[in-house]
Design a protein around this ligand. Sequence first.
Ligand SMILES: Nc1ncnc2c1ncn2[C@@H]1O[C@H](COP(=O)(O)OP(=O)(O)OP(=O)(O)O)[C@@H](O)[C@H]1O
Length: 311
Amino acid sequence: MTLLQITNLSKSFKSRTVVDNVSFSINDGEIFGLLGPNGAGKSTTLSMVCGLLKADSGNISIGGYDLKTDSFKAKELIGIVPQETALYPELSAVANLKFWGSINGIEGRSLDYAINNALTLVDLKDRALDRIGKYSGGMKRRLNIAAGLIHNPKLLIMDEPTVGVDPQSRNHILDTIRTLKDQGTTIIYTSHYVEEVEQLCDRVAIMDHGKLLTIGTLAELQHEAGELHEVTVAFSSLETPPMKQIQGLTGVKQAALLENSIKILTPNAEQLLPLLFEMLVSNRISITEIKIKKPNLESLFLKLTGRALRD
Ligand SMILES: Nc1ncnc2c1ncn2[C@@H]1O[C@H](COP(=O)(O)OP(=O)(O)OP(=O)(O)O)[C@@H](O)[C@H]1O
């Protein structure tokens, strides 16, 4: 069953179109990944879904309620975990969640129950009464998640919830998301970390420059990436690699330059590597590491755009 339907959504800031005629739908109970580099238009799309930003054109319906004509009912179904934490540092976790609960219309016993559930889920019960000004960045992020789900939303929208957190908190956040899914919550998860999206998501959409490039299950997108190898060559930063020549080598489908590495898609890494070495050595590029991988979502992005996801 479709929980969220987005149809022909567009948004411009001044004359710049940052969301360009985007349509997709999200099924009840799935974890849906929205993947794209910085500035792709992910947050703008989600801000429109949350009703925080008005679309220039297009339609959004949540649980069958149109966001324009049935906005209250549609918004009731959503919980938001924004990129920036929206918490009061001088208050405890419990006081912060009381505030978030009350603006969502939860009171009394139900609110105590909801706070207890949310703090258990994000594993912050033993720090519940501490001022959150003393929390680590990862703990604040986890509390931010608790705030987003205090009213038990059907659809939880999470905008890069793991950016800048330590690995332990990151794993914790990923586990929390899986538990939420098991409890029946539908989740939209934006990220520019391919590994997280591959680990978590049932279906994925890839966005760039405001456009939806592709959408499908992980298996479908991996298939779309095709039988290409992704070769990553790291080099010391003394020289600049000759990208034009590399792109012209036999067997190179795409090649993109990152800070200290080159990512290449090729149907045959074994045949390409000797040619590539020769070229790099003759251009006085000293290679520090080489990796060959099966295609993943990052290779698909490279295939679709000719660029690396994080450049
Ligand atoms: N209020 C605004 N006014 C003008 N431009 C904006 C505004 N909000 C976003 N933009 C621009 O729109 C583009 C898309 O931004 P958006 O935040 O949606 O991208 P994103 O995919 O979420 O990226 P990130 O991963 O960095 O959050 C960017 O170029 C951004 O600078």
